[in-house]
Design a protein around this ligand. Structure first.
Ligand SMILES: [Zn+2]
Length: 130
């Protein structure tokens, strides 16, 4: 990876880190409705539980992304020649994939192998509430 691309990815990572941190405490669910406003009718409660589950899973995702962003920043600083290479097979990660997720650690092939045959994990999880 040339120095210009590396610098661009580092800037993107720094912006991502700031963005995630600026959203505040990861443990807090922002914009939650007044709990007294729901639960009066039978349908209110499961809806609230569902939105809480979605919110906390979104926070988990953000925490996971933040962790990966921090790892990637460290890698770009301490091991710049390894940045952009798959940590599993050490093949270069597709530039388009890196542009989208500069914190990505695995190439598409290794990611698919790691994910296993189950597709679209979180979306499938949401459907479980039906
Ligand atoms: Zn790989």
């Amino acid at each position: 990876m040339d120095a210009k691309a590396l610098r661009r990815h580092r800037e993107k990572l720094a912006a991502l880190k700031a963005e995630i941190l600026n959203e505040g405490d990861l443990a807090i669910e922002p914009g939650r409705e007044d709990p007294t406003a729901v639960g009066h009718d039978e349908d209110g409660q499961p809806l609230m539980e569902m939105s809480q589950t979605i919110a906390s899973s979104r926070n988990r995702t953000r925490a996971a992304v933040l962790k990966r962003v921090l790892v990637a920043i460290g890698r770009a600083e301490n091991d710049p020649e390894m940045f952009g290479l798959c940590t599993e097979c050490e093949e270069p990660i597709a530039p388009k994939r890196l542009e989208l997720m500069p914190y990505v650690e695995l190439c598409t092939e290794c990611q698919q192998a790691a994910d296993g045959p189950v597709k679209g994990g979180s979306r499938r999880h949401l459907r479980d509430f039906r």
